[in-house]
Design a protein around this ligand. Structure first.
Ligand code: G3H
Ligand code: 13P
Ligand code: ZN
Length: 349
């Protein structure tokens, strides 16, 4: 299957009432792990690359690797997405490279650190929406700010400092016409999200429910949604790692989100943990080994296991064959003639 529009993939997920994992990649082995998991579970999937990933790998390598994945797994609907674009130029360059979807994270200024004003966020996001939709490309926006810092990106602090205001979410969706809306409900990027199993005082599922009530047809996105499972932490620490005790987002909370409008769930950290644990284990147990394949193969398998499990938990498993790809040109026509709506349905308070 050719690369598909993320809008098509999320519209289908909404019809089917399931969520779709968006998994971050930096290299070939991660892409292979995701595609094998998608094949194993018969899942549509989103592969996403951050600015850091584009820099690390050179984005042209990533583009061609993901394109190769779409050729090798023609039965899998696959969207190629830019994660946390920091400016119009970053989004434009991803679109010109061939990404079928971009996130304009205007919740932060272009430095990727300082929270932006609502007006700044609306202006830059709308600029990206206009450019992207003309070309059939999907746009995810963000309102509210996540906690933590990943690879220099993030406002830092706890996830509770800039939780999304539901009224602002409505205004933002109306003013920008985004296809998907990322919200901040207390989570952070990275492994250190919560110091104990989160309850409603730190993970604000009530805010998510309130946003969904006002925007019942809008595709919501949960960032910082790794569950940081204890078994993955333990493997790292058993083989010489030094992770401090920490909690992520419980799967049952993500599933509650999926029943209430969440269609895209971002997961990176869980895969990083799985890879690192597998590599540590090989090097610890067999220190004489030096062929990278000896540790990259178990690392790839460990990531595949996590991704396949998430695909089942998010409900996307079994849905790869539900639809055929609509061409990006056709999607562009849909935005133009209004058959692909960019006006959110807004319900009363
Ligand atoms: O947004 C966070 C993702 O985990 C990507 O992280 O910026 O370190 O590549 P990164
Ligand atoms: P995690 O750090 O929880 O995996 O979140 C990833 C993410 O939100 C990428 O945008
Ligand atoms: Zn994120």
């Amino acid at each position: 299957m050719p690369l598909v529009s993320m809008r098509q993939l999320l519209d289908e997920a909404a019809k089917g009432g399931y969520g779709v994992g968006a998994f971050n990649v930096n290299d070939m082995e991660q892409i292979q792990a995701i595609m094998e998991a998608a094949k194993q579970t018969n899942s549509p999937v989103i592969i996403q690359a951050s600015r850091g990933a584009r820099q690390f790998a050179q984005d042209r390598y990533l583009y061609h690797l993901i394109l190769a994945a779409s050729e090798l797994y023609p039965e899998i609907p696959l969207a190629m997405h830019l994660d946390h674009g920091n400016s119009f130029e970053t989004c434009k360059s991803a679109i010109e490279l061939g990404f079928t979807s971009v996130m304009m994270d205007g919740s932060l200024k272009a430095d990727g650190k300082t929270p932006a004003t609502f007006e700044e966020n609306v202006a830059v996001t709308k600029q990206v929406v206009d450019f992207a939709h003309e070309r059939g490309i999907t746009v995810e926006g963000e309102i509210g700010v996540l906690g933590g810092v990943e690879d220099g990106h993030g406002a830092g602090g706890s996830g509770l400092e800039h939780v999304t205001d539901p009224d602002q979410a409505v205004e933002f969706a109306e003013k920008t016409g985004v296809d998907a809306l990322a919200i901040a409900i207390g989570t952070s990027h990275g492994a250190y999200k919560f110091s104990k199993k989160p309850d409603g005082s730190v993970l604000k599922m009530d805010i998510l429910l309130a946003i969904h009530k006002r925007l019942p047809k809008t595709h919501l996105v949960m960032h910082g949604s790794s569950s940081v499972p204890k078994d993955l932490q333990d493997i790292i620490n058993q083989y010489g790692g030094k992770l401090k005790e920490t909690w992520g987002v419980p799967i049952e909370e993500i599933q509650l989100g999926i029943r209430n409008g969440v269609r895209k769930i971002n997961v990176d950290t869980d895969n990083r943990l799985a890879i690192t644990g597998a590599i540590r284990k090989v090097l610890w147990e067999t220190p004489e080994k030096f062929d990278p394949r000896d540790y990259l193969k178990p690392a790839r398998e460990a990531m595949q296991k996590v991704v396949a499990l998430r695909m089942t938990q998010f409900g996307q498993a079994g849905h790869a064959g539900d639809y055929k790809a609509v061409s990006i040109a056709e999607i562009a026509r849909g935005y133009k003639d209004g058959s692909l709506s960019t006006k959110p349905l807004v319900a009363d308070k």
